[in-house]
Design a protein around this ligand. Structure first.
Ligand SMILES: Cc1cc2nc3c(=O)[nH]c(=O)nc-3n(C[C@H](O)[C@H](O)[C@H](O)COP(=O)(O)OP(=O)(O)OC[C@H]3O[C@@H](n4cnc5c(N)ncnc54)[C@H](O)[C@@H]3O)c2cc1C
Length: 307
């Protein structure tokens, strides 16, 4: 279903993000997580795209498996990194054939551990991918006459590669105007950053829905990993203080992290957020606690996944 139809009348949306499993054991975990979370009938689920190599096929496989064996709406991520135009076209054709409704178009992370020359990519920035998908949409190859719905990434705290926030907003505005239908933000831990970003978007005449990315912290090692992966993420003193008090008690750390994310979600809902997107890290427990406490009903009778 096109994202415009998903969001229309359904705001705030709830959605979950998964990454493709690399091993049979990891596959079992993610399929179980999908089964657990399918009960909540999220408005969509998204599947990340690796920085290169074989995991990319795993993204396509997981997306199609979700599409064909569950009632969930999968949204694949797609990036510019290490891709030529014809490869992207092939992927779009494959997704169009499977009636995948939407794509999150991204610049992409640099691949780790291999020599990488960005100038060899057909698309230098996410905007180029957005434009390409728009052109593909006009070809009529997608079963929906509008083609793919297109999402883009937003960075409430700013993206580290563009320290000049005024220039960054200019780039961002141009990317959105190239044809994005919705925005999903990078995770953040201070809602003031998200609300300010949303306000700055409005000042720049960006009026498409902005979905907030939330990741509950469930361990101290997890926090360190986030600090590494989401480069530049700001951890407010309030959160760090609460975690410091219980750092030697893993169960308390988990509870504090979940409570913190829950409070973030409640505040975002009070502030009319268009949607909340949970970075699940392929585990359902923390996300389930939060959506339960937010009062999002489970659809016990929903036909569940056979993934
Ligand atoms: C919701 C979400 C999901 C993500 N999923 C994935 C994933 O699945 N796989 C993955 O590899 N990564 C993923 N990422 C990470 C993301 O790809 C990287 O953070 C990337 O560096 C930025 O992506 P972007 O789409 O914003 O890129 P872009 O829009 O290309 O922006 C990247 C940088 O380039 C700057 N820029 C834009 N246009 C220009 C221009 N014309 N000239 C100079 N500079 C310019 C921007 O200001 C920014 O600093 C995700 C991020 C988010 C927020």
């Amino acid at each position: 279903m096109h994202i415009t139809d998903i969001i229309r009348g359904n705001s705030p949306t709830f959605s979950f993000e998964f990454f493709p499993p690399k091993t049979p054991k990891a596959a079992e975990t993610v399929y179980q997580t999908i089964r657990d979370l399918e009960l909540y009938m999220p408005h969509f689920v998204s599947v990340t795209y690796g920085a290169g190599g074989s995991t990319r096929d795993l993204t396509h496989d997981l997306v199609e498996r979700i599409q064909h064996t569950t009632k969930l709406e999968p949204i694949p991520h797609l990036t510019c990194v290490c891709h030529k135009e014809d490869e992207i076209e092939e992927i779009l054709l494959r997704y169009a054939k499977s009636a995948i409704g939407n794509i999150l178009a991204l610049g992409g992370d640099r691949p780790a551990g291999i020599a990488y020359d960005k100038s060899r990519d057909s698309f230098q920035h996410a905007i180029d991918l957005v434009k390409f998908i728009r052109r593909f949409n006009e070809s009529g190859a997608h079963p929906d006459r509008r083609g793919f719905g297109i999402g883009v990434a937003g960075f409430a705290e700013g993206h580290p590669a563009t320290p000049n926030r005024v220039v960054e907003m200019d780039y961002f505005k141009t990317k959105v105007d190239a044809g994005a239908d919705y925005i999903v933000t990078q995770l953040f831990f201070d809602n003031r950053d998200f609300l300010d970003f949303r306000e700055r978007c409005a000042l720049n005449e960006i009026h498409i829905p902005i979905i907030a990315g939330i990741m509950p912290i469930t361990s101290i090692s997890g926090l360190k990993r986030i600090a590494e992966l989401a480069g530049g993420a700001r951890f407010p003193a309030k959160l760090l203080r609460a975690l410091q008090h219980c750092q030697n008690d893993p169960e308390m750390v988990r509870r504090v992290g979940i409570q913190y994310a829950l409070e973030q979600c409640r505040d975002l809902l009070d502030n009319n957020v268009a949607g909340i997107h949970f970075y699940t890290l392929n585990r359902s427990d923390a996300t389930r606690v939060i959506v339960d406490r937010l009062g999002i009903p489970r659809r016990q009778n929903a036909q569940t996944a056979s993934v």
